[in-house]
Design a binder for this molecule. Sequence first.
Ligand code: FE2
Length: 229
Amino acid sequence: MTLSRRLFVQGSAAIAATAAGASALPGLAPALTSSTSLAPSTEGASGLVTGVVKPLPFAELPGFLGKEQLRWHHESHYGGALKAFVGFDASPTGNHRPRVQRMNSVLLHETYFDNMTATPGNAGAATNAALVARFGSFDTWREDFATAAKAAAGWAVLAFHPTNKKLYHVVTDSHDDGPAWLGVPLLVIDMYEHSYYLDFQNKKADYVEGFLGHVDWQEVERRLRACQG
Ligand SMILES: [Fe+2]
């Protein structure tokens, strides 16, 4: 993730500028409406910086997620969360829980979409070394990540924690509780049913397997190397 504190501060003006049309209803992320901006953001920046959705890096993931599943997820859920966040973030006061709820939804969705690819390879050298060092083997890591994902109603995340430099599997069933504070997500899977139900219905394990077959390991490697400095 490339969002820096400086960029975030710089982006606050753009976010505020687009906030006027956003709903401030707490509780539910509104569905995307025709008034929501779908203009692609520039330079791969987070919607938290630009106030507009970051485009999907692919139209479909053949053999895993189809165009309609991805389009609906990206536009309605990620786009809806960003729209609500922009509204809440027009003021720094109040709305503490719903602002962070939408903010985390935006960040997790962007990280999730960015860490999938239609052309997966193998884990990079630094990633493989870190997984083996922490979990004993790549296969043990893979099994525990899948276990965490299948136990999640919301999100499962492989995270690097900058305090002790260790990797953790974090399971969180909502956007605004259970975060590993200051943790940096390396690999994120969205386990809300809206992420897979059109293509996988209730076959949660098949979705997890499909995800693990479509990890963009180059992106994971880039994130880990950024953490390691
Ligand atoms: Fe989602």
